[in-house]
Design a protein. Structure first.
Length: 473
């Protein structure tokens, strides 16, 4: 069952019940008002009817030509006298408004205990021309000489009231039926119009599911509930689209990483397998050739072990495994990195610029590895004899470690990619000379794990400056 049909089925009964209650209230109020008017009329004509009955009782019947007050009585007015037991003591006279005469063909049917209703008005059925009467039982005894027990009963036909109420009921049924039909049709149209944006959203969502996440639903504004739903759906679609895009990028990087790692591992394995097969096929090799093959196998094994250790370290950092947290003396770390660089390349000037002793909280071993990788990167990628500077200073609530070289620098297009795993700015450069391509990736992962960032800029006068920014202790 559709939502619009459920809304219509929920609203229609409530409206019909409300309209029926209003019609019933109007009918009851109108009936009460009309009966109050008849009751007031009975109180007005009651003295006149009593005079007519008194004259009739004394003279045996109404005088010829009637009585002067009878013309003021409504047509069909009926009056009679009853005693305390409810027995009629004077025959009823009806048709006041014309010649006053006893009426047996049209009169009200009184209950046997009529006397107990003294002082009140009741409705009773009629016998003859009129279907019902409104009856007033006088609260005072009749003013007849010598009669202190009789009570005057006055009745007026209610056909006029009944006709008015019947006409009102017909009008209420007709008008309510028409209004109900109109309201149901209008409600259906309004609900249908209000559901159109949701239908369009559903159609757009199906189209998005079939063709892609590039489309967005409408309307999408803050003015209506449907518009706010559209905004929420568009925001969700944007998040899903970004998540898929990030997943695609991650999968692409993972494929490249696996491919590059396989390639890097295959190179030493191929070399080791070649030397092993050479030893196996040539048992008569000289001692020097055997030592050369063994040394090359050992070198490739060592190189592969370093590569595996680097990959394992990156995997652990990617998993977010906690690092050691202890005070780290950056001054000592920079001095050690400079000393190691001088020992590795004695012919190169490697200078430390330390503004002040600085201590941070972190993993001493990993931070030393990150700084050492950047310094080694500067030694490898600059011409022999090019000076390298390592600076340490505190700036704006964080610590900066700058590795400054004066070589060819890093091209603008390569500055983002050089921190990717296995990326080489010069694809033709030998792996034996340039390492595995994981040094900058490890440095970046270590610095990020410490809540810092790493970047590269141009050195004034030529060269590249790698900057590590760490939170101050």
């Amino acid at each position: 069952m559709s939502l619009r049909l459920r809304l219509l089925l929920a609203l229609a009964p409530l409206f019909i019940l409300g309209l029926a209650a209003a019609d019933a209230g109007t009918y009851v109020a109108t009936r009460s008002s009309l009966l109050q008017g008849v009751d007031k009329q009975l109180l007005v004509i009651e003295p006149g009817v009593q005079n007519v009955l008194q004259s009739t009782n004394q003279g045996g019947g109404p005088p010829e030509g009637g009585y002067g007050q009878q013309d003021a009585f409504p047509s069909g007015t009926y009056g009679e006298l009853v005693n305390a037991s409810g027995v009629t003591t004077e025959a009823g006279y009806a048709s006041f408004g014309g010649t006053v005469a006893p009426s047996s063909s049209s009169h009200p049917v009184f209950p046997s205990d009529i006397a107990k209703y003294a002082g009140s008005a009741i409705t009773v059925p009629g016998d003859g021309l009129w279907e019902s009467y409104r009856v007033l039982v006088s609260s005072q005894p009749a003013r007849f000489p010598g009669d202190t027990q009789s009570t005057v009963v006055v009745a007026v036909p209610l056909d006029g009231v009944n006709t008015t109420l019947s006409t009102l009921l017909l009008f209420e049924i007709a008008i309510s039926s028409g209004i109900t039909i109109i309201v149901l049709v209008v409600t259906w149209l309004v609900v249908r119009r209000g559901m159109r944006p949701l239908e369009r959203m559903g159609a757009t969502a199906r189209s998005i599911a079939a063709s892609g996440l590039g489309r967005r639903v409408a309307p999408s504004n803050e003015r209506t509930e449907v518009g706010r739903l559209g905004l929420a759906l568009n925001a969700m679609l944007g998040q899903i689209e970004r998540a898929f895009a990030e997943r695609d990028v991650t999968e692409q990087k993972l494929r490249h990483f696996v491919s590059d790692a396989s390639h890097e591992l295959r190179t030493p394995l191929t070399s080791m397998r070649g030397y092993a097969e050479l030893l196996q096929r040539n048992p008569d090799m000289t001692r020097d050739d055997v030592l050369l093959a063994v040394r090359r196998i050992e070198d490739e094994t060592r190189r592969m072990g370093v590569l595996v250790d680097d990959l394992l370290l990156l995997a652990r950092l990617d998993q977010g495994r906690p690092l050691d947290r202890a005070p780290v003396d950056l001054t000592s770390m920079v001095n050690d990195a400079v000393s190691d660089a001088r020992a590795a390349d004695p012919g190169r000037a490697v200078i430390a610029h330390i503004a002040a002793p600085i201590v941070v909280t972190g993993d001493d071993l990993r931070l030393r590895q990150a700084v050492a990788n950047l310094v080694r990167n500067a030694l490898v990628h600059t011409p022999a004899g090019t000076p390298v500077e390592v600076g340490l200073q505190a700036e704006n609530g964080h610590v900066e470690i700058d590795i400054i070289d004066h070589g060819p620098g890093v091209p603008e297009a390569q500055r983002e990619r050089i921190f990717e795993r296995f990326h080489r700015a010069d694809p033709l450069r030998s792996r034996d000379q340039g390492g595995s391509g994981l040094g900058l990736s490890i440095a970046t992962a270590v610095v990020t794990a410490h809540g810092g960032r790493i970047s590269v800029t141009d050195t004034p006068g030529g060269g590249a400056t790698f900057r590590i920014e760490l939170p101050a202790a």
